[in-house]
Design a binder for this molecule. Sequence first.
Ligand SMILES: [Fe+2]
Ligand SMILES: [Fe+2]
Length: 249
Amino acid sequence: MEVTKGMHLFRWRCPAIPPFRQWSNPHRFVSSVRRRPIFAAAASSRAMQTASDHSKQPVQLSQEQKDFLESALRVNQAGELAATLIYTAQTPPLLQSHPDLRNLMKHMHGQEAGHFATFNKLLAKHRVRPTAMYPVWQAAASILGWSTGVMGREAAMACTEAVETEIGNHYNGQVRELFRWMQDIRSKGGEIDPELEELINTLKRIRDEELEHLDHAVENDAKEAQPYEPLTNIIRYGCRSAIWISERV
Ligand SMILES: [Fe+2]
Ligand SMILES: [Fe+2]
C-alpha cells in the first residue's frame, strides 16, 4: 500500500507542476518506500516461472552492477532536470532578441522534458532516490540558462554545445558499460533481462537526441560566442563536477 501511494504521488507531481516547484523535497516520497534491488523483481518472477529450466533464467546482476545502475539512473535524472531548467530559463531572454529561435528552443526543451520524464519513471520503478543535491542543481541550472540567454544567441548555443558534449560522453560511457555486461552474459550462455536491453536502447536514443542538440548549437554559431573558450570550459567543468557529485550523493 505504501509503495502504491509513493508511486502515485511521484506520477502525479511530475507532469503538472512548474519546473521550479518540482521536487523541492525529493526525498519525502521515497523515504517511506521500502527500496528493493534494481531489476531484481522482474528477474526473480521470471526465474520462478522458469524454475524447471535454468538455462532460460535471466542472469541476476551483481551487487556492484546494481549499484552502478542506481547511480546511473540518479545522475541521469539530475542531468535531465538541469537540461530542462537551462532551456526554461534561457528561452525568454533569448527569444526577445531572436524570435526566430522559437521552434528550435521548443523542440530541444520538449525532448529534455521527455528525457526527464523517462528517468523520473525509472527512479520510481526501481525505488532509486534522487540526488541530495537536487535543489542546488535546480538553482545552478536556472542561473546558467538565464545568464547565457541574456548574453545572447552565441553564448546560449555555446552553453548547449558545452553541456551536450559532456552529457553525450556521459551517456556513451553508460552505454559502453551496459554493452560490456550483455556481452559477458552472452559469452556465458546466459539470458539477458529484457529490462536491461530496454534500458540500453533508451540510453542510446537519449544520447542521440543530446548529440542532435549539440549539432543544432554548432549550426547556430556556438563557436562565435565571446569569450568562447573560458565560457565553454567553465560549463564543461561544472557539468563534470555535477555528474561526479550526483553519482555519489
Ligand atoms: Fe536530455
Ligand atoms: Fe540535450
